[in-house]
Unconditional design. Structure first.
Length: 221
């Protein structure tokens, strides 16, 4: 079954060009021109999203942040004319997986798409040492036994594990996690959630980067 790519782009010529390219390469493209249309298109279960930033009814950064807050975790690659470093950082911090400035080369686009799809498949289950995290079911095992985590602890763990090797800022965490009532966690309670998570997965797993945030530490590295 071909992998489905949701193309969210309001320029009809560019959108059709990208979709033609994807079809030629064996993908099944899905079209959307607005934030609202993109969210509706999620019902078609795409495997990856190519997301423009400037859209008629909003912006791709905010849309991606909303999706992540709603536990929509499929890969997102931003396509945008904004290529300044601060824009790229903003795109990654709001939950994007990659960022390709326009104009782009078709080979580069296809290479990035294939790489992200490959990684998504490889990381549906994360394993390291005694810990296993299944991102499909959002369950965690330690030493082969189920580990009981709250919803917020699972969210923190998911963000940290998906950013192995990188520092996750407190601001990024605060923008990606929320409590059982659907309310975003406040800064003064984030440390408490991290502290409880450390007790459960092991204190050596989560390193504090003073004044910045946290880094996930893998066993044996």
């Amino acid at each position: 079954m071909p992998e489905r790519i949701l193309v969210v782009e309001d320029d009809p010529m560019l959108r059709e060009g990208i979709m033609t390219l994807l079809r030629r390469e064996g993908f099944e493209p899905i079209a959307a021109a607005t934030c609202h249309g993109a969210t509706q298109a999620l019902a078609e279960e795409p495997d990856l999203v190519l997301l423009d930033v400037a859209l008629p009814d909003g912006d791709g950064f905010s849309l991606c942040r909303q999706w992540r807050a709603g536990e929509i975790d499929l890969p997102v690659i931003f396509l945008t004319a904004y290529d300044r470093e601060e824009q790229i950082v903003k795109g990654l911090d709001c939950g994007g997986d990659d960022y390709i400035p326009k104009p782009f080369r078709t080979r580069e686009l296809l290479s990035r798409v294939r790489a992200r799809l490959r990684r998504a498949g490889e990381h549906s289950v994360y394993r390291n040492g005694s810990l296993a995290v299944d991102f499909n079911t959002m369950t965690v095992e330690k030493d082969g036994a189920p580990l009981s985590l709250t919803r917020t602890e699972l969210q923190v763990l998911s963000v940290l594990v998906r950013n192995v090797g990188r520092v996750v800022t407190r601001e990024t965490l605060l923008g990606r996690i929320w409590d059982d009532a659907g309310v975003f966690v406040e800064d003064n309670t984030l440390s408490a959630h991290v502290s409880r998570l450390r007790e459960k997965v092991g204190p050596e797993r989560i390193a504090t980067v003073r004044g910045t945030g946290y880094r996930w530490m893998e066993e044996g590295k």
